[in-house]
Design a protein around this ligand. Structure first.
Ligand code: SAH
Length: 350
C-alpha cells in the first residue's frame, strides 16, 4: 500500500520525491509506521530512556516539581509530546504524588498521533491508578488552554522528517528518492537546489558538504516557542542530536531492533534523524526565551541527583533488582550508551 502510494508520487517528477516527503508517507500515512501497532518497549522496535529505567522519569519529575514550585505554584498544563507507552508520565506522576497535592494543579495534555499508543497510555494510567486525573488527548499541538505550561518531549522531534543536501562541484543538490523500474529498487537521486532562500541558507554552512534541514521540526518547535511565549512556562526537550552539523547523513531506521535501510520495509520501520539543536536555539531567540539548560543527558541527570536517587532506591532492592537498576543507570548516563549523544534543551519564559 505504502509502496504504491510512494511510486505514484515518484512518477510525478523525473527526479522522484524529496526525502522529507518520503519519510512523511512512510511514518504518517494511514498505513504508515506511526499508525502501526506497537513501536516502543522491549517487545517493540526500539527502547527509549523512560523504558530503560524509572530513574529517568524520577529525575525529570523532581525537576518539574521544583520548577513548578519555584516559578508557577498555580494551576498549570503538563503537556507531553509523543508519550509512547506513557512510561515517562507515569514515573513523573509517581514521584510527584507525595508533594503538596501538586496533582490537583495538573491539567495533563498528551499529544499523540498513534491510536494504539493512545490506548496503551490509557490502560497504563488505569493500571497505575492515575486515570482519575484531568487528562486530555490531542492529535496535534492545538486547542490547549493558555495556562502556564511545562512541555516535555522525549524522542519526539527526531520523528519529524528532514531534507538532505549535498554540495557537489560547488553546487548544492537536494537528495531525492527515485525508483529503478528495471532493477525494481528504490535509489537516491540528486536535484539541483534552485530556491533562492534555500541557497542562501545553505551558504551559511561553509565547512560542510552535507546538510540536513527539517522544516517540519523547525515549524513544530516554532509553535512550541510561540505558545510558551504567550502562556509562560518551560519547554523540556530530550533527543539525540548535535550543536555543530556532523557533515553526514544522520538518518536511522530500525526494523525489529536492528538498524536497517530506509529504502526497505516501507511503512514498517521507524525512521529518525539527529536534531540540529543550534537551529532550535536560534529559533528560540526570536521569542527571547531563556536557555535554562543545554547539555548532554549524562550531565543533566548527574547534576540533578540521579546517583543519590539510585542509592536510595537500591536500599530496598533484592539482587535481581539491583542488577536491573544498575544496568538502566549505566545506559542512561554512560557516554558509550545514551549519556553523550542525547541532549537536554530546557527553555523558559517566566
Ligand atoms: N516519548 C516516548 C515515545 C517516543 S517515540 C518515550 O520516550 O518512550 C515517539 C512518540 O511520538 C510516539 O508516541 C509516536 O506515536 C509519537 N509521535 C510521532 N510523531 C508524532 C506527531 N507528529 N504528532 C504526535 N505524536 C507523534
Amino acid at each position: 500500500m505504502i509502496t504504491k502510494k510512494i511510486l505514484k508520487e515518484i512518477d510525478k517528477d523525473i527526479k522522484g520525491i524529496s526525502i522529507d516527503k518520503f519519510i512523511n508517507i512512510c511514518l504518517y500515512d494511514k498505513k504508515g509506521y506511526y499508525n502501526s501497532k506497537k513501536p516502543i518497549g522491549s517487545k517493540g522496535d526500539f527502547i527509549t530512556a523512560p523504558e530503560t529505567s524509572q530513574l529517568f522519569g524520577d529525575i525529570l519529575g523532581l525537576y518539574i516539581f521544583y520548577i513548578w514550585r519555584q516559578k508557577y505554584n498555580t494551576d498549570f498544563n503538563l503537556i507531553e509530546l509523543g508519550p509512547g507507552n506513557g512510561s515517562l508520565l507515569i514515573d513523573i506522576l509517581k514521584i510527584t504524588n507525595n508533594y503538596e497535592n501538586i496533582h490537583k494543579k495538573f491539567n495533563i495534555h498528551l499529544v499523540e498521533i498513534n491510536k494504539h499508543l493512545m490506548n496503551i497510555q490509557k490502560e497504563n494510567l488505569i493500571k497505575n491508578n492515575f486515570s482519575y486525573l484531568n487528562i486530555k488527548w490531542h492529535k496535534k499541538f492545538t486547542n490547549i488552554s493558555p495556562l502556564p505550561s511545562i512541555v516535555i518531549g522525549n524522542e519526539f522531534l527526531d520523528c519529524l522528517p528532514i531534507k538532505q543536501f549535498q554540495r557537489k562541484n560547488h553546487k548544492w543538490m537536494e537528495k531525492y528518492i527515485n525508483y529503478d523500474y528495471k532493477k525494481k529498487i528504490f535509489r537516491y537521486d540528486d536535484k539541483l537546489v534552485k530556491k533562492k532562500k534555500l541557497i542562501e541558507r545553505l551558504l551559511d554552512y561553509n565547512d560542510c558538504d552535507f546538510i540536513e534541514i527539517s522544516e517540519s521540526r523547525e515549524n513544530y518547535f516554532d509553535s512550541l516557542c510561540k505558545f510558551i511565549k504567550k502562556t509562560r512556562g518551560t519547554i523540556i526537550l530530550i533527543d539525540y542530536g548535535y550543536f555543530n552539523p556532523p557533515n553526514r547523513s544522520t538518518i536511522q531506521s530500525i526494523y525489529n531492533h536492528k538498524k536497517s535501510n530506509i529504502l526497505e520495509n516501507l511503512g514498517l520501520q521507524d525512521i529518525t534523524s539527529l536534531i540540529d539543536f543550534k537551529r532550535l536555539i536560534e529559533i528560540s531567540k526570536k521569542y527571547k526565551l531563556k536557555i535554562d539548560a543545554f547539555c548532554t543527558q549524562g550531565n543533566f541527570l548527574l547534576n540533578h541527583g540521579i546517583l543519590e536517587r539510585k542509592k536510595k532506591i537500591l536500599r530496598k532492592c533484592n539482587q535481581k533488582q539491583i542488577k536491573q537498576i544498575e544496568s538502566g543507570y549505566k545506559k542512561l548516563v554512560n557516554k558509550n550508551y545514551m549519556g553523550n549523544i542525547f541532549k537536554f534543551l530546557i527553555l523558559s519564559n517566566d
